[in-house]
Ligand binder design. Structure first.
Ligand code: ADP
Length: 319
């Protein structure tokens, strides 16, 4: 029987609750005791935790957000604060801590491990910017949300013959823009990983209109530039003004898709077994359908990993 902690950290993502539920229920099924720490690493530092039971995670499977809270907690970059967290884990006799979050959270986990705490990461972020897993928990839902918005905007764009620029999340990663742009039939997709050419973009829009296209939809990852900036550039270039829509936090919300729930449930259940068997300093992800544990240092990506074949496919299909 082990004592295992769990927390959610960084940006919230749909499916975090499903992962928490899987950790708690699989943990209890295996005979362990599971403790939730509230509001990310802050809960470990301030000793804000509670034991979880099967009923504690009832009715959360399809709920967005995270019931145990998350905070951006920059203090955790201070080594003295990490020391306090490690000391609390020792005092509470925790055998390990499962961290559901993104790359920032994994950096915090690595620091905590250096001081003797067993840590295990689960990829929970809408951005899909983590190595060692094909999809992060929340990404599929975010893409669905954006595609839903594109469909609605397409109706109004084609009625008015408009160009609409839809700005989506992704400071360093173009995954949300790429997949939602492909699924939404966007005329152009702009991602931080692949430089774009204003001449080419205006040509795509103008030639589409000349061929009788009723609208042009440009999906823009926020890391490239803002929608307003792009709109100004297009206006200067083509003399046509585009409408801009910034989707913002709506992309984080909503109940998780079935795919995200299944991913979160599989990863959460495996996380318990990995950490209970002493596997520390790894993240559990899913690669080509298999659950794989990879070292935390290796999953934190500096440069993003979008699939260029999908990017090119999207551009061929809109002509
Ligand atoms: P995400 O996990 O979604 O990438 P953040 O980048 O905000 O989100 O990171 C989440 C939290 O992880 C931060 O608020 C902080 O508490 C902790 N963290 C991030 N980077 C580090 C670091 N280099 N060292 C220690 N803790 C960190």
């Amino acid at each position: 029987m082990k004592r295992i902690g769990v927390l959610t950290s960084g940006g919230d993502a749909p499916g975090m609750n499903a992962a928490l539920r899987a950790v708690v229920r699989m943990g209890i099924h295996r005979g362990h005791r599971i403790f939730a720490f509230y509001n990310g690493f802050r809960g470990v530092v301030e000793n804000d935790s509670a034991e979880m039971y099967n009923r504690s995670v009832g009715d959360i499977l399809t709920r967005g957000g995270t019931i145990i809270g998350t905070t951006r907690y920059p203090d955790f970059k201070n080594p003295d604060v990490v020391k306090r967290a490690a000391r609390n884990m020792e005092l509470l006799e925790m055998d390990g801590l499962i961290i559901i979050g993104g790359d920032g959270s994994f950096r915090g986990a690595i620091e905590l491990q250096k001081l003797g705490t067993n840590v295990l990461g689960l990829p929970g972020t809408i951005d899909n910017d983590i190595n060692g897993t094909d999809n992060t928990i929340g990404f599929d839902t975010a893409v669905d949300t954006v595609v839903g918005a594109i469909r609605k905007l397409r109706d109004t764009a084609s009625s008015h013959g408009r160009t609409i620029i839809i700005e989506v999340m992704g400071r360093k990663s173009g995954w949300i823009a790429l997949k939602s742009g492909l699924a939404g039939g966007a005329e152009a997709i702009l991602v931080p990983e692949i430089p774009f050419d204003l001449d080419e973009l205006s040509h795509v829009i103008e030639s589409g209109m000349a061929r009788g296209k009723k609208h042009s939809i440009v999906v823009l990852a926020e890391g490239v530039m803002s929608a307003n900036e792009l709109s100004d550039k297009l206006k200067e270039k083509m003399g046509v003004s585009a409408n801009t829509v910034v989707l913002g936090y709506v992309q984080r919300g909503g109940g998780p898709t079935a795919n995200d729930i299944i991913l979160a449930s599989r990863l959460g259940a495996r996380a318990v077994d990995e950490i209970a068997s002493g596997n520390s300093g790894v993240m559990v992800g899913e690669i080509k359908g298999d659950l794989v544990a990879s070292p935390l240092e290796e999953v934190i990506v500096e440069t993003s990993i979008i699939d260029p074949t999908l990017f090119h496919l999207a551009s061929y299909l809109v002509h």
